[in-house]
Write a protein that binds this ligand. Structure first.
Ligand SMILES: [Zn+2]
Length: 315
């Protein structure tokens, strides 16, 4: 697995961007929700029969998420950890995820401890029953003391893959990228990981480079499609309302073959461009890493807005 990597979220039942478009973008991996597969009989049968890569028509890296978040949104737990881990293990993905307890920013130390202790038990259970590599999920929201405690415990578990869970929403709601970087750095300093470190739900093209610099190397996001639905396009100059631009300097196949006017009328075109843009950004970051010039690149990025300026000061 080449890193850093951006994994577009692929929803097998709601295809704004098809697997063909994902392949065309140059994406080397995808992440998909095992719970959606689990809860659709037809899809479940097909994926179990063929294996996830054949069923989706995607040869690259495939990670499955357990759908803990989606089940929480439904207000009920449909699966246990054991069930969803066993199910994911049968799909033929490269990395699977425990049924993690999500931590929220208003929770106390003892509430967080209870949830993280459960995540550790579930990880141990998954390690016993699954042949596939399992992602250990570390989730403490903004609580630094808990980050310190559980990064130390996680280090002893010696995971092969680590995912920081549910850190992105509370911080990015206020565009507090610097604050998010600060807490992640605390964990990374303790863990000193030599394995993939994934920041769940992060994949904004303006921000990925900053996270790479502090040691994150796997991103996933559905924002390319969610932003497009809201009429937002990723550009070299940051995110813009597509209705307010007349020109976009982009060489991707979508922008070469469609006018801005046409893209303004069809958000799926913007979604495809946004995806191309994220993949291209990862390519740039890889180049800058090779040239040892990521920090200079981020200095330029930091001029886009105040949030990124603060993020730069955190490097
Ligand atoms: Zn484009």
């Amino acid at each position: 697995m080449k890193m850093p990597i951006f994994l577009p979220v692929y929803h097998p039942l709601k295809k704004i961007v098809s697997i063909e478009d994902i392949k065309k973008s140059g994406a080397e991996g995808i992440i998909t929700n095992a719970y959606f597969i689990y809860s659709n009989e037809e899809l479940k049968k097909r994926v179990l029969e063929k294996g996830i890569k054949k069923a989706f028509g995607f040869e690259g890296f495939v990670m499955t998420d357990s759908g803990a978040f989606q089940q929480l949104s439904l207000g009920q737990k449909v699966t246990t950890n054991e069930e969803i881990v066993k199910f994911q293990d049968k799909l033929g993905a490269d990395v699977i995820t425990i049924f993690d307890e999500m931590v929220f920013s208003d929770e106390s130390d003892s509430q967080i401890s209870k949830k993280m202790d459960a995540n550790i038990e579930r990880y141990k259970e998954a390690e016993k029953i699954a042949r596939t590599n399992t992602a250990f999920v570390l989730s403490t929201a903004g609580n630094e003391k808990m980050m310190e405690k559980y990064a130390k415990i996680a280090e002893k578990l010696n995971p092969k893959y680590l995912a920081f869970g549910n850190f992105v929403p509370p911080f990015t709601m206020n565009h507090n990228i610097a604050g998010l970087m600060r807490i992640l750095k605390k964990g990374i300093e303790i863990l000193k990981p030599d394995y993939p470190v994934h920041l769940f739900g992060s994949g904004h093209p303006d921000e990925m480079g900053f996270f790479v610099y502090i040691g994150i190397n796997v991103f996933d996001s559905a924002n390319y499609a969610i932003y497009a639905e809201k009429g937002i396009i990723f550009t070299e100059k940051g995110t813009k309302k597509i209705d307010r631009i007349n020109f976009n300097k982009c060489e991707c196949d979508i922008c070469r073959n469609n006018s801005i006017k046409k893209m303004q009328k069809d958000f799926t075109l913007t979604a495809k461009h946004n995806l191309n843009f994220c993949i291209n950004e990862i390519g740039i970051i890889r180049e800058k890493l090779k040239e040892n010039s990521l920090k200079e690149y981020l200095l330029k990025k930091s001029k886009l807005n105040d949030h990124l300026k603060k993020a730069y000061d955190e490097l």
